[in-house]
Write a protein that binds this ligand. Structure first.
Ligand code: PLP
Length: 408
């Protein structure tokens, strides 16, 4: 046994890094920080220092690390029933489906374990429904990120991520976001099974897909008898100031995919099939051994309790505006050129390729930040972030960025 007090705890920090380098496939460019604990807006490093976290597992811990309500729900459930096949019914899963359906204003839920799996299921629904209609194409957006499995990588609009794994799944067409004419032309060439997009392109640096563009996509889907699939893996669960970002745009999607913050840090993905998509999958069409298991479902139910707190979304908007105010100051100071934000998902493009240097500097000052490229910083603070923490990050950015961009 190797528990907290067992042999594993005795391993020196440097040995942990050696084991990482020696035995973990290097698919991540890791920050030089070993995290040992999390509490609210902070994580603790192996050095004992607490770091203000404006990454939050990339929108996983929307209500902070180890929220007591979620921890209690998990503890209670883990002692009762951890897992049993989806051949049997478990109450937490059924309750969670019902509550998600209420939030989505209708629909039925398929549970899985990640965002990629949720999107994979969405693609399968689109393909199955389209077979008898002779529709083969899924229109997705350039710069989109939908996951790393082969189907979701094919939907992802980033050639750099796709090329090493060619040949990809056929049938995907990528169009530039926010160009309505190109979108209309893509639909006009026929055979469209679905249009798939994130309301805000998180991995691309919080790039906002315009409401009017998505509304036109919905209209085109309706007249082509195609499905509107919205990937809310990063934007969902309150991140953008409503349970799902599409609700801010007044859309009526056929498929909504969720993961990340859904179960407060435990691995869970979900697909909500609405309208045209609801009746497509039948018994035997799709499945997942762990999907919707009782422990993750209990965690997600606790997350929904937090999401349903009165006044939350007004507070998210106020906090978002405060953060945006700091980012706009960078523009005024000539250090940044564009600020984007929906709720508490924000991005800023800086005028010099220093975003990664700023992330490194943040670490030395006890602040975790995220760069999506050399010129873009993305901010994903907890939805409950304190004003003083926003100001701390704002001041840090002002010092660092104005200094760095001015010097060059
Ligand atoms: N879709 C979006 C919008 C995402 O941001 C991500 C992950 O960053 C995914 C899908 C893939 O999710 P996962 O890593 O859980 O498979």
């Amino acid at each position: 046994m190797s528990g907290a007090d067992g042999p594993a705890a005795a391993v020196e920090d440097s040995q942990v890094w050696d084991m990482d380098r020696g035995y973990v496939l290097p698919t991540y460019a890791r920050q030089p920080l070993e995290v040992v604990a999390g509490r609210g807006s902070e994580v603790q490093g192996a050095d004992g220092r607490w770091y203000l976290d404006f990454v939050m597992g990339i929108s996983v811990n929307n209500f902070g690390h180890c929220h007591p309500h979620v921890v209690k729900a998990v503890r209670d459930q883990v002692g009762r029933l951890v897992s049993c096949s989806n051949l049997y019914l478990t109450a937490p899963q059924a309750r969670l489906a019902a509550r998600l359906s209420v939030h989505a204003e209708g629909g039925k839920v398929f549970f899985c374990n990640s965002g990629a799996e949720a999107n994979e299921a969405a693609i399968k629904i689109a393909r199955k429904r389209a077979q008898s209609r002779g529709q083969e194409r899924i229109i997705a957006l350039q710069e989109a990120f939908h996951g790393r499995t082969m189907a979701t990588l094919s939907a992802t609009g980033q050639p750099g991520k796709q090329k090493p794994f060619a040949p990809l799944l056929p049938g995907f067409t990528h169009v530039p976001a926010n160009d309505v004419e190109v979108l209309r032309a893509a639909f006009a060439s026929g055979g469209v099974a679905a249009f798939m997009a994130e309301p805000v392109q998180g991995e691309a640096g919080a790039k906002i897909v315009a409401p009017e563009y998505l509304q036109e996509a919905e209209r085109l889907c309706r007249s082509a008898d195609a499905l509107l699939i919205l990937d809310e893996v990063q934007t969902g669960m309150g991140r953008c100031g409503s349970p799902f970002a599409y609700q801010r745009y007044g859309l009526d999607p056929d498929v909504v995919t969720l993961a990340k913050s859904l179960a407060g840090g435990l691995p869970m993905g979900a697909l909500i099939a609405r309208n045209e998509a609801e009746g497509v999958l039948e018994a035997g069409d799709h499945g997942s051994t762990f999907g919707g298991g009782p422990v993750v479902a209990a965690a997600a139910l606790a997350m929904l309790d937090l999401l349903e707190q009165p006044g939350l979304f007004e507070e998210v908007e106020e906090r978002g505006q405060r953060l945006e105010g700091w980012l706009l100051k960078l523009v005024e100071a000539g250090a940044a050129k564009e600020v984007r934000r929906l709720g508490l998902l924000a991005g800023v493009d800086v005028v010099q390729p220093v975003a990664k240097e700023v992330v490194a500097a943040g670490l030395t000052k006890g602040i975790l930040l995220n760069a999506t490229s050399d010129v873009t910083l993305r901010f994903l603070p907890p939805l409950t972030v304190a004003e003083s923490d926003i100001d701390r990050v704002g001041l840090f950015l002002q010092d660092e960025l104005v200094e760095r961009c001015g010097k060059r």
